[in-house]
Design a protein around this ligand. Structure first.
Ligand code: DGL
Length: 262
């Protein structure tokens, strides 16, 4: 069995951990949330880069054989440096699912909702440039969504007002598909579906990320009894409480919570 680190600025990476527990339960998972510093999406590039490296180094020094950077912002700004520094550990990153979106969209207009830092990154620009497609992308920063999601607010007037502000213009321009380019946003699927129903296909890449993780770990089909340890730089117990509420994963009910100073 492997020891797998999953890192995000906060609770967003839980959407990836959830999928990892479905596809590959027989491993030790260390989930690390930098809740004291979330959100990363509007911080300086240098800060996000340094901090993401520090968080992944912490996971590597706690025995992880593989690390999933379950944060689009950290991946966009720091994954090259993390891979350069932590050469002995496979590092799996995430990126907005614009390629799958091009296969889905009929109108050829695709909305991309991601953090400001993801959208301005060279990595995202390169991803867009590498695509051979006749689709157009409407890029929108989801400012204000992550702080609400961090508080466990996934529906209601505040969320709906921001979704209207960000998604209505996409629909007005003819978008039929939206890429959730931040691992926090899959927690808003129910609210997005409530507002936009059948008008919008939602692209979330958690399953593809975990398939990639399974390709890079030694024993993806381990049948051993796995475990989950949840670490937060703010409040481990609060993070685990939220994780249990949001995910309803049996494995999370046996998980241990820790608050760490990093
Ligand atoms: N979950 C993150 C992402 O995928 C980070 C959001 C944030 O901290 O702003 O981009």
């Amino acid at each position: 069995m492997s020891t797998i680190g999953v890192f995000d600025s906060g609770i967003g990476g839980l959407s990836v951990l959830n999928e990892a527990l479905i596809q590959s339960p027989g491993h030790h998972y260390l989930y690390l949330a930098d809740s004291a510093n979330a959100p990363y999406g509007e911080k300086s590039t240098q800060w996000v880069t340094d901090r993401s490296l520090l968080m992944c180094s912490w996971l590597a020094s706690h025995g992880c054989d593989a690390i999933v950077v379950a944060c689009n912002t950290a991946t966009a700004q720091a994954i090259s440096l993390i891979r350069q520094e932590l050469t002995h550990v496979p590092i799996i990153g995430v990126e907005p699912g614009i390629k799958p979106a091009t296969l889905k969209s009929k109108s050829k207009m695709i909305g991309v909702l991601a953090t400001q830092n993801t959208l301005i990154s060279d990595k995202f620009k390169q991803l867009l440039a590498s695509l051979i497609s006749d689709c157009e992308f409407i890029q929108q920063a989801g400012n204000g969504l992550v702080p609400l999601i961090e508080k466990g607010i996934l529906e209601g007037p505040q969320i709906e007002a921001l979704l209207h502000q960000y998604i209505d213009p996409m629909l007005a321009q003819g978008a039929d598909t939206i890429v959730l380019g931040c691992t926090h946003y899959p927690f808003l699927q129910a609210s997005i579906q409530k507002l936009y129903g059948d008008h919008l296909d939602i692209i979330d890449t958690s399953q593809a990320i975990v398939r990639q993780m399974r390709r890079l770990i030694k024993d993806p089909n381990s049948q051993e009894v796995g475990s989950v340890n949840v670490y937060s730089t703010l409040d481990g117990a609060a993070l685990l409480g939220l994780a249990q509420k949001l995910l309803g994963q049996a494995d999370l009910h046996k998980a241990s919570a820790h608050t760490v100073m990093i």
